[in-house]
Write a new protein. Structure first.
Length: 145
């Protein structure tokens, strides 16, 4: 099963909360943690990882907090998922698995795995934070689809 782990889902929640406050100001971490309902122990580690990935900026102190490191239009789900989970590959075949008995050209499924992989990655790249942050009842034209 292809599955995104809870900490990646939490990372998306944190980024979306920061995007909703996208004023360039730092938002207190306690406020984002409460808004996202991410357990405190996970929240700090995930924020640190997102900062290391260059997706969030953090500043300590009374005027510090958390904010997006880049405009929300420049952060997409592929970057978040690969940053939290590692490289996305729906099949060992796509990863360049050396144990396959087929030569690349003779493989009956590699082409189809690659097509599915490319489609999934394109969707993840198109899912930028600004698109994800719109209300769920917005029409496709309002989201830019």
């Amino acid at each position: 099963m292809i599955r995104v782990r809870s900490r990646t889902d939490y990372a998306v929640r944190i980024l979306l909360a920061a995007a909703r406050h996208d004023s360039g100001k730092y938002i207190p971490g306690s406020r984002l943690q409460a808004e996202t309902n991410v357990p405190r122990a996970f929240f700090r580690r995930i924020v640190a990882q997102l900062a290391n990935l260059g997706l969030l900026e953090t500043v300590s102190g009374p005027r510090g907090g958390i904010r997006l490191a880049r405009p929300m239009q420049q952060i997409n789900l592929r970057e978040v998922v690969e940053g939290m989970e590692g490289r996305i590959a729906i099949s060992e075949c796509i990863k360049g698995h050396d144990d396959c008995s087929f030569e690349e050209e003779a493989c009956p499924t590699r082409f189809w795995w690659q097509q599915a992989q490319d489609a999934m990655l394109a969707q993840l790249e198109a899912a930028t934070l600004d698109r994800l942050a719109v209300p769920l009842d917005a029409s496709p034209s309002e989201v830019g689809v």
